[in-house]
Design a protein around this ligand. Sequence first.
Ligand SMILES: [Zn+2]
Length: 337
Amino acid sequence: MAGFGRVPRTFGLREQRSATSRGVLNDNAAMVELVDGIRRVTFGLPLGIDHVHCYLVRGEEGWTIVDTGLGLPAIVEGWRALLAELDGPVERIVITHLHPDHVGAAADVAELTGAPVLQGRLDHEECVRAWGPERPMRRWGDHMRAHGMPEPVVERLAAESDSLRRYVHVVSEVVALDDGDLVGDWQVLHLPGHADGHVALLREDGVLLAGDAILGGITPTIGLWPGGRPDPLADYQDSLRRLIEHAPRLALAGHEDPIEDPVARARELLLHHEERLERTGATLTAGPRSAYDVSLELFPGTPISQHRFALAEALSHLERLVFAGAAVRADGLYAAA
Ligand SMILES: [Zn+2]
């Protein structure tokens, strides 16, 4: 099948639209052949971000799918068309993290392929808690309120988040992945920060299937969420340092273009958060404030639908400052130390 032809360059990344793949997907999906045996499938999304990339990796025994997109009917149809064209079985489905644009169609793709789902151990626990029948909506609302979000905004965002749940089809039984595990030729890296249990896959030749652990052009949200790890920004800074040590030569991520110098990008992201920490600290000089207030100053003009991410991001930076001794938290407000 011509679509599997190896791209005879090193990582030049001139994406080749595979002639065989063109036309097999619907209007909402496109597939390109990237480097050696790796295909990228892009689905349109009706969310704050307009697309997500999933990957198909050729192995000796069949294909590995990495991430599934949101469980929208159009995306599930896209998978159905694509899978019908594959020249071999799907061996497994790997989920990088529990966010709806990555895990949403997991159960659908598992059903279409009969393949097992592999997910980070902690990520799966949090995923079932976040999207399952015990979904802690009350705790979520309380968390937002406690940090100063006005009631009408809490209600609107709770309703929006809940409507998304229809499109998140999680799998209750998965193969749990731990840091250092091998999945075919790929080593599992646990890279918390964007999500507590986020995993990425690194191949010996330096190709990283990054999920949202590192992105080009945009910065992954690093948010503090109720029930999550207490200092997600410190987790993320450690993850970026770890990535720099592993020195991948190419990162294929969940959004935006491939990252041709992931080490340089990781350094940029470290710097970006240092600067944001400074700006966050500067918002506290005039006296105690709620995290919601701080988020409005840090991210002016953010549409209301994105306020929960702005708040979560402000909180991760405020808590980092608290852990570092540069800020204090009292009665739900933050102040300079
Ligand atoms: Zn994402």
